[in-house]
Design a protein around this ligand. Sequence first.
Ligand code: SF4
Ligand code: SF4
Length: 113
Amino acid sequence: MTYVVTEQCIKCKYMDCVEVCPVDCFYVGENMLVISPDECIDCGVCEPECPAEAIIPDTDGRAEAWVEMNREYAGKWPNITRKGEAPADADQWKGVEGKFEKHFSPKPGTGNG
Ligand code: SF4
Ligand code: SF4
């Protein structure tokens, strides 16, 4: 059981989530974060912290497509445990559909774990 980050995170990266995770299992890409499904203890505290509603439990039907994506990039990107600065245009990307296809970047971000 795990929580996963979905495409709503792309270009938002408010990073409120990373501060509350008791096991530090968030990993950072150039423009989104992922959760390591193998480290997440399914506590759920990060879910309500996300202003973009990007975090969902794997019991949610929409999560299926994201579990493997989160696992793959958690293995490639650096760990992040402290909130950084959100992009200046983060608010205008909130709720935009189809961000994964158009805007996902596989490049790693800057970790601080
Ligand atoms: S708070 Fe939500 S949108 Fe922000 S980085 Fe965490 S998962 Fe992504
Ligand atoms: S559900 Fe808990 S353990 Fe999993 S990512 Fe969120 S805060 Fe971390």
